[in-house]
Design a protein around this ligand. Sequence first.
Ligand code: MSP
Length: 645
Amino acid sequence: MSKEKYYITTPIYYPSGNPHIGHCYTTVACDVIARFKRLEGYDVMFLTGTDEHGMKIEQKAKDAGVTPKEYVDPIVANFKRLWETMDVSYDRYIRTTYEYHVKSVQKIFKTLYDKGYIYKGEYTGKYCTPCESFWTESQLDENGCCPDCHRPVIDAHEEAYFLKVSEFADKIEKFLTETDYLEPKSRVNEMINNFIKPGLEDLCVSRTSFTWGIPVDFDPKHVVYVWVDALSNYISALGYENDEYNDFDKYWPADLHMTAKEIVRFHSIIWIAILMMLDLPLPKHLYGHGWINFNGQKMSKSVGNVIDPFVLAQRYGSDAVRFQILRDMPYGSDSNFSNEIMINRINSDLANGFGNLVSRTVAMADKYFGGTLPEEREPAELDNELIEMAKALCGTVTPLIEQAQLAKALEEIFKVVARANKYIDETEPWILGKDETKKARLASVLYNLLETIRICSGLLAAFMPKTMPKVWEQIGADASLAVYDSLSEFGKLPANVTVHKGEALFPRIDVEKEIDELNALLAPEKTFKEDEDLDKANVITIDQFAEVKLRSGEITACEKIKKSKKLLKLTVDDGRNGRQIVSGIASWYKPEDLIGKKIVFVANLAPAKLCGEMSEGMILACDAGEDDVRVLFLDKDVPNGSTIR
Ligand code: MSP
């Protein structure tokens, strides 16, 4: 009989900056589910990838002086390196820049146009560049900013194509309310009350103001809106409307799309509308999880509070990091990350809880029986509770994993781990070990512990795939004893099982020492690593550098520009006729702090008008922290107008 299929997807990530620990949650969570489904015997297709088009990437590439493709390539490589480090067992990786995906999206767009679901109109509205999202006036937050990221939006007017989402409002509402598609259920109300009830508007699905996107093939000055491009990955990656793959019929519809909460809107309204328009089967489940926050805010590069997962994986092992992020994310809500929370979790659950259970059990089997248990047994009433709990565990955990309730699944497994540790205290094997007449009883106790460990480790293997095979080695179980069916049975290890003492699975971490070291390590790492990649991608020659004319000057007058909160107008003695420079440093300097100071300026920058004031050049300053900027000042005795090289 052929295996049942299971198709699971992560969102595809923007390679606009290097990945951080917040990005790991969805992918690691999907990996656990994919691994567990494989264990259950499903034919799994696990898809992840990168979402590489859009105005934001185009802008970042321009700032970095490279092409968009050159900009994203090293970041995509870092995402892939991260998934390798974190043992993410994806089956397919899609980049939206792949030719086959481009072809699929063009065909999808054309089909929707031919069917009358896409029409040409004029877009006027608001656009949030960082989120790549269009908003209507009424959807903006109380400050007129993007309701998701709360950053300013820009006005957008242009000829554009529109998707007739409004026609599908009733059908989408019915789908969301009458099926189990969207979980947790609270998100269904959020979608209906915030987006459908106020009136679903047609969506602008093309842009003409930038070029880094998939061209509409029948009207190439338009590029396809990034979300239509991105969402289509879930079917293009299976070969829908392309020749690269041909397993669309096998795997579609998706069994589970997993995303964080802020992009649930796209997956529960726009994606569903597109699929309905294409007459395709609808995906079965969408789980919208919360965010990993740091200091109460979503971890994000632009907020400057990102934690580098490579550093954590290197110090504690990828399994411990996977475990912590999953264990501390409550179903449907946010989790808070700090180095302390992570280390305490590793110490309490992994070092003291599970690691200790394994090492004590194996050490006692070694000490009292030279590693091999005798076959003689003496069961007792006291054993039953532990045995029953261990036997029932797989039945409890399986549906929890199926529903993406991963923290709850781990909690259940760790209840059994705690029960087993308590069982050691209750049975006192070290006392039994001293009494020759209690050997059979001692063998029963140790066997029950080894079996409990076998079951727990079999279930934990999807969460911590590197460590669990080491556990099997230590408890004398071969991998066949970790197959799914054997995890609901107690008594699978041979009666005369032989254990092998090994190294500590999760060494205890010295909290204070570690936190000091981590704090010192993580902060600079986060900024420098990315810069390093960009630097490598953007090498210039000495001649190119010489094209930039840097000179010394003295600020002789300075005032605020009324129309702007950020700009200061500087009068600079440049050793020649003098010049005016406008600089965006008003948040960090008052005019009186600057008058009389010697600075470095770019002397051959094309003049520009900023807030109505002419600016002839740019003064040099450096980023000095999350939200801090310092001007580069020169010694008092440097003559004005000197060349800097
Ligand atoms: N490119 C879109 C997704 C398109 S899917 C068709 C996107 N990319 S993203 O890189 O910004 O985010 C990818 C996923 O990571 C999203 O689900 C996002 O919410 C998630 N996370 C990013 N930071 C996160 C946390 N701090 N915590 C948890 N998840 C977070 O959105």
